[in-house]
Design a protein around this ligand. Structure first.
Ligand SMILES: Cc1cc2nc3c(=O)[nH]c(=O)nc-3n(C[C@H](O)[C@H](O)[C@H](O)COP(=O)(O)OP(=O)(O)OC[C@H]3O[C@@H](n4cnc5c(N)ncnc54)[C@H](O)[C@@H]3O)c2cc1C
Length: 123
């Protein structure tokens, strides 16, 4: 089943090679209240391009298949417009080489078909 994509990248900064933060805004819905320890699940399809700083990968059997990984929410509890994640590039990984490649000025391209879920602790 193809998953509906529901967020977009609105900011990205690299602090050191392979260590970066991305800001993600939901599409068509508001962010929930911040709860300490919250994490989100980010996803990109295998068809999204990989960073040049990553290892080569065998072509996936299904390029539309979504890669999903959990990331801790790092943004302020005051922000209601976006959620920020700090990410370390794993060169041999499936998702982080693709997250490392995304840029905010590429908004219109399919690479920005992100999905974002929230896990609520204690709810
Ligand atoms: C609750 C939760 C919160 C998390 N929060 C964050 C976060 O805030 N920031 C963040 O960067 N990651 C976080 N992670 C880890 C994240 O979910 C991914 O596992 C990580 O980004 C690697 O994904 P990948 O698809 O690139 O690599 P994969 O394809 O999953 O892994 C490829 C290979 O690299 C190994 N590997 C995985 N991670 C690392 C690593 N960090 N260093 C060295 N080798 C590794 C794997 O064991 C595997 O052999 C969190 C995980 C959980 C469960």
């Amino acid at each position: 089943m193809k998953t509906e994509l529901n967020a977009k990248v609105v900011g990205k900064i690299e602090f050191a090679p392979g260590n970066f933060a991305i800001k993600i805004a939901p599409i068509g819905r508001t962010l929930p209240d911040f709860i300490p320890g919250q994490y989100g699940v980010l996803g990109l399809p295998y068809s999204a391009p990989r960073s040049v700083f990553s290892d080569p990968e065998e072509p996936p059997a299904d390029p539309d298949k979504m890669i999903r990984r959990a990331y801790s929410v790092a943004s302020s509890s005051m922000s209601k417009e976006y959620v920020e994640f700090y990410i370390s590039l794993v060169r041999s990984g499936a998702l982080t080489p693709r997250l490392h490649k995304v840029q905010i000025e590429n908004f219109i391209f399919p690479i920005f078909f992100f999905q974002l879920f929230y896990a609520f602790h204690g709810r």
